[in-house]
Design a protein around this ligand. Structure first.
Ligand SMILES: *Cc1c(COP(=O)(O)O)cnc(C)c1O
Length: 359
């Protein structure tokens, strides 16, 4: 029996990935030059598709990274001289903050308990703040940061850059990119691809800031700083030998998703999330970790399990459903369920059947 991976990343592969990998082998994608025309077409085509599919403005830049974590580091290095501000409510938002500290920035944080959201009307950032860093979907706890709250922050601080981690909510989350400056994700979550590729979307203001840092002589890393990435992108290239196969596969999965349509993908995600939460509400043994319904993630769902999560994880595994354990201190008492475009309604029905204590 084949497993269904409801893990939050890596996760279930998008159903067409297998045939795209086969085709890539036939086209010898693993051997072509990353400085040639064939690759430039794949590179430019993938960026165009991303812009179309996610409604990214034409004057924004799209850079390839090795992973989501790399994007956090590059964003801080390229856009922050000294002062970043971080909304921290779990492990990934904390990592973003710690990366800024590791890079010797004066990082400040507003920290709330795991599973809680932020009252943006009460957020006050120091005057010196250059960038506000937000984890739009905190995967460790299944907490969602509503986009309207992001826009309100931008309206309150129009001069401050906004960085947004959408690693585990893309492509579901609908973003008006005019209000945000650095947005990033990696492909092993919602895009249903093997790991090893990240995508960083940068606004003209973010790019401008990176040139200002360069002029000032601030250390902004080497081969993956924004000015260098832009210089190579003009030729349809990356500075390094990039993940050519990963970019090729993203290109093809984007074409497949575009055929389905982003609206359909979004409404199906909501429908499946509704099925999962409705089921959880009816069960004594399970509780969604996030109390406030408007903050409940539609794509990564954290569930508290009475009596611990180990038994149910093993029971599900025997039935071919792989779910994640809780993150960090929640390891023993949570399970986490991914609800990505690769998960069909039938997959969710099967999972809920297996989760039912009476089954
Ligand atoms: C998985 C994840 C990351 C890290 O991404 P990598 O590609 O593993 O580096 C960062 N932020 C969030 C919210 C995540 O879910």
């Amino acid at each position: 029996m084949k497993n269904i991976y409801f893990t939050v990343g890596p996760s279930q592969l998008f159903p067409t990935v297998r045939s795209h990998i086969k085709e890539a082998m036939e086209l010898e994608i693993g051997s072509i030059s990353h400085r040639g025309e064939q690759f430039a077409n794949i590179f430019n085509g993938t960026i165009d598709l991303l812009k179309q599919f996610l409604s990214i403005p034409k004057d924004y830049h799209v850079f390839f990274q090795s992973c989501g974590t790399e994007a956090m580091e590059r964003i801080i290095q390229n856009c922050v001289i000294k002062h970043s501000f971080h909304c921290v409510n779990g492990a990934f938002s904390k990592r973003f903050y710690e990366i800024a500290l590791d890079l010797k920035k004066h990082a400040r944080k507003l920290e709330v308990a795991d599973g809680e959201g932020f009252d943006v009307s009460k957020i006050e950032t120091p005057k010196t703040t250059e960038m506000i860093c937000i984890t739009q979907n905190e995967t460790s706890t299944g907490c969602f940061f509503p986009m309207n709250d992001v826009y309100r922050l931008k309206e309150k601080y129009p001069q401050v850059l906004i960085a947004l981690d959408i690693v585990s909510s893309a492509p579901y989350v609908d973003i008006d990119y005019r209000f945000v400056d650095c947005v990033f994700f990696s492909v092993q979550k919602g895009f249903g691809l093997p790991a090893g590729l990240g995508v960083l979307i940068a606004s003209p203001r973010a790019i401008e800031k990176s040139f200002a840092l360069q002029k000032k002589g601030v250390n902004m890393g080497s081969y993956h700083n924004f000015p260098t990435l832009i210089q190579y992108a003009k030729k349809g290239q990356a500075p390094e030998t990039p993940n050519v196969l990963g970019i090729y596969l993203l290109n093809h999965v984007l074409q497949d998703m575009q055929k389905i349509g982003i609206q359909m993908i979004r409404s199906e995600t909501e429908k499946k999330a509704g099925m999962i939460y409705t089921f959880l509400e009816q069960q004594k043994k399970y509780r969604p970790f996030i109390q406030e319904t408007s903050l409940r993630s539609k794509t990564t769902i954290a569930v508290e399990v009475d009596g611990g999560s180990k038994q149910i994880i093993e029971k599900l595994k025997r039935k071919g459903c792989i779910v994640g354990a809780g993150y960090g201190k929640h390891h023993e008492d949570h399970i986490r369920i991914a609800n990505f475009p690769a998960h069909t309604i039938e997959d969710i029905i099967y999972l809920l059947k297996c989760l039912n204590p009476k089954a």
